[in-house]
Every structure is written in C-alpha cells, then in structure tokens.
Design a protein around this ligand. Sequence first.
Ligand code: ATP
Length: 133
Amino acid sequence: MKTLTVSVVTPDGPVLEDDYEMVVCRAENGELGILPGHIPLVAPLSISVIRLKKQGDTTDRLTVNGGFIEVRPDKVTILAQSAEKLSDIDIKRAQESLRRAEERLQSQQSDVDRLRAELALQRAKNRIEAKQN
Ligand code: ATP
C-alpha cells in the first residue's frame, strides 16, 4: 500500500511527522479523505480531530485548532495554531479552559470578547471529546 508523508507543524514546533495510508480531516466546507496521489489542494481546517490511518489497523488521532492543510500527491502538511496528540492532551486543563469560556459567555460584562471565548470553548470541547472517545 502506498503512503503519504504527513507533517503537522505549529508555532511551537513540529507535532508529528510520519507516513500514513490515509488522512481524514474536517475542512471548513466538509470532511476530506486523502489518499496517496491526491490532487494538490489547500483548504482551511475546522477545530477538529484529524485521523491518520497507518499500515495495519492502527489510526493515530490529533486534535487541531484550525489552520490549513496543504495536500500534494505524496505529502500532506498541516499548519495550525495548535495541535496535540491525544496522549499529550491534559484533560483537566481543557476542562478548566471550558469552564472559563462558559463563564465568559454567560457574563453580562461588555468587555468580554465573545468570539474569542467561543473559539476557546470549541478548542476545549474538541480536546475533551477527542480524549474521551
Ligand atoms: P488554555 O486556555 O488551556 O491555554 P487554549 O485553547 O487557549 O487553552 P491554545 O492557545 O490552543 O490553548 O494552545 C496554547 C498551547 O497549549 C499549545 O501549544 C497547545 O497545544 C497547548 N494546549 C492547550 N490546551 C492543552 C491541553 N488541554 N492539553 C495539552 N496541551 C494543551
């Protein structure tokens, strides 16, 4: 089976680089399944989980905070503001982040940046759901 080299990079540095048979991710306009030989494309990603299928039956999963996917026939590059392997997710931190975001969204204070709080909420929920499933 052919493979693709997948590289995930954030401002904090590389998160992962390995070869996979298939990449499944959620772009802003729908789910994308990428196999070796895919036509080149660039697409914005949602706050979501990326599934990376390895030879055999293993699938690695990563949470990704938006960003972009760049596809070439033999390589996939994901550039994101943050991305985590499931084993690196601190569930307590995500739960605290979720609680803070919920408090901000419920607050009546006018200085709350609602979009910022909404995005923090989505990131925290994404991490919690990924870790729990
Ligand atoms: P927090 O409020 O906890 O900082 P956040 O969603 O604002 O969460 P980000 O700005 O997305 O955090 O990420 C900042 C850095 O912290 C990134 O390197 C990211 O991978 C890491 N990070 C954030 N939340 C977690 C978590 N729950 N577990 C592990 N790493 C995390």
